[in-house]
Design a protein around this ligand. Sequence first.
Ligand code: URA
Length: 241
Amino acid sequence: MRLDKLLSITGTATRSEAKRAIRRGAVRIGQAVATRADTDVDPERDTVLYEGRPVVYRRYTYILLNKPEGVVSATDDPRERTVLDLLPEELRRLSLFPCGRLDKNTLGLVLLTDNGALAHSLLSPKHHVSKEYYFRCQAPMTEREAAMFRQGLTLEDGYVTKPADIRLLGDGTEGYITLVEGKYHQIKRMLQALDNKIVYLERIRFANLSLGEHAPERGEWRFLTEEEVSSLEALADTQDI
Ligand code: URA
């Protein structure tokens, strides 16, 4: 792999920052100072130092994206802007895909990865990975309806949802919902089953990842931290999450 690619996909530096750092002599491969951005490196074997700090290479890439409205959770689309279109060129060239889908008008946390086995495991129905959403709806929800949410609701096609957690705020037109499954348009259909309608939906947590303090701005992204990757991998390995 090219040295500048390694630096960019590990989040160490953009390609142009990498080129400037190489010109200043700030990048080393083992004992040798790197002189060219296109030097071939073996990320599994070579020790690369960027400004004295080791570059940590992972076989897979994990990105937390804060999806804006109007963008589709797909890898490519003939008409619509996709979540991958929000990434820089060098990351678009990796085989990243969204781990689970959000509707075009739903905002918030999307995990992008090229680790198919991990995504498969996290999305598997037998692994009840939880996802939390902030919502606003048209008409106030009552505590009785919230209790129906917690028990499981029958959708228009007869499907009975798994118990979902719900916490209403204020007059009941907003709150937080936690699902352990991900059926098509699930929250919208759950509200429909109560003759109500979602007017705003934002995912704020997926498994152990949340749009908390270190959330990227809407439309922006960041690499997962080492701790986030390790705990996601541990979660995906567990038989019963
Ligand atoms: N439920 C929905 O209805 N839409 C989403 O995007 C996610 C959950």
